[in-house]
Write a protein that binds this ligand. Structure first.
Ligand SMILES: NC(=O)c1ccc[n+]([C@@H]2O[C@H](COP(=O)([O-])OP(=O)(O)OC[C@H]3O[C@@H](n4cnc5c(N)ncnc54)[C@H](OP(=O)(O)O)[C@@H]3O)[C@@H](O)[C@H]2O)c1
Length: 274
């Protein structure tokens, strides 16, 4: 496993996404992933599966401190009181005393960063989170959050895959020394279709999904692909034994022009223009 280091956080460069994984499917998927060598799990209060993620972790039976666990507080819970309730409920669900990384899942424009980021920082100071960060923040939001934070924000978790150009927000995140965690890293499975990814994959004996993940890794990001399918879990981990050439990276980068943004809920900010 490779790692991305940011402000003291040592983040395994592939994580298991868990959105939509429920009940026993989620428990089994988490256990299977940890059994095969995953060391990074991504959940959120909103996913309503923290209980199952915690159960999968315990069913695996390895050392808690060998796994990097992320959860998130939703935008409707960013007032200090609600923030603490949400986080405490997450920890109760996970049956863990702390998470490795706690994120503001989406900003709430009605709550100033001086309030929401302070609640985030308090969770680090009192030990409920080893590290804190944000998700879905734009360049302006990053600057505003950094202006008031008392703790380093170690990552910005954003949509990133071959079909979207996130250069502006990636550069802003890197300017602040933050890791970029890539969600929807295989574009929710919409990669098939005979384009460059499959052709490049064939040259390496890899699939389009693996090329997508490898592209993100070589860009320095931390992809968190989601799957409960054992063969896909294994494939998504097997992306450290090949490298894309500069020409191949450039070819995949060209696909950014599609500007296919998959995640645009009502609480989305005005996204950065690439
Ligand atoms: N912060 C945020 O606002 C935010 C937003 C969205 C997502 N996320 C996080 O990011 C994670 C990943 O994003 P996502 O779940 O939306 O999308 P994703 O990981 O890009 O795509 C998941 C889809 O890809 C398929 N897949 C996985 N591995 C594959 C492989 N090797 N070959 C072919 N197909 C494969 C899965 O199908 P099978 O199940 O059949 O394998 C599933 O349908 C989420 O689970 C969540 O943890 C965060």
């Amino acid at each position: 496993m490779q790692f991305v280091d940011a402000h003291g956080a040592h983040i395994p460069q592939i994580g298991l996404g868990t959105m939509t994984l429920k009940d026993d499917v989620c428990v089994k998927a988490v256990k299977a992933a940890l059994d095969m060598g995953y060391t990074h799990l991504d959940t959120a209060a909103f996913y309503a599966n923290e209980r199952e993620v915690g159960e999968g972790l315990r069913a695996w039976g390895g050392k808690r401190e060998d796994v990097f666990v992320t959860t998130k507080v939703r935008e409707n819970n960013l007032s200090p009181e609600n923030f603490n309730k949400s986080l405490d409920q997450s920890l109760t669900n996970l049956k863990l005393p702390y998470v490795d990384l706690l994120l503001i899942h989406w900003n709430n424009k009605d709550i100033p960063f001086s309030v929401s980021v302070a609640a985030l920082c308090a969770a680090k100071k009192d030990g409920r989170a080893k590290h804190v960060g944000v998700a879905n923040f734009t360049t302006t939001m990053l600057d505003e959050a950094w202006a008031v934070t008392t703790e380093p924000l170690v990552c910005n978790q954003i949509e990133m895959h071959p079909y979207i150009n996130q250069d502006t927000v990636v550069a802003a995140s890197e300017k602040h020394g933050m890791a970029v965690v890539a969600y929807c890293p295989i574009a929710r499975g919409k990669l098939e279709g005979g384009d460059a990814l499959e052709r490049i994959g064939e040259a390496h004996g890899k699939s389009a999904a693996q090329v997508s993940l490898r592209y993100l890794i070589q860009r320095g990001a931390v992809p968190i692909p989601r799957t409960a399918t054992p063969a896909h879990q294994k494939a998504n981990l097997d992306v450290f034994d090949f490298a894309l050439s500069d020409a191949e990276m450039a070819e995949v980068k060209k696909l950014n022009a599609a500007n296919m943004r998959l995640i645009t809920p009502p609480q989305s900010p005005v996204w950065d223009i690439p």
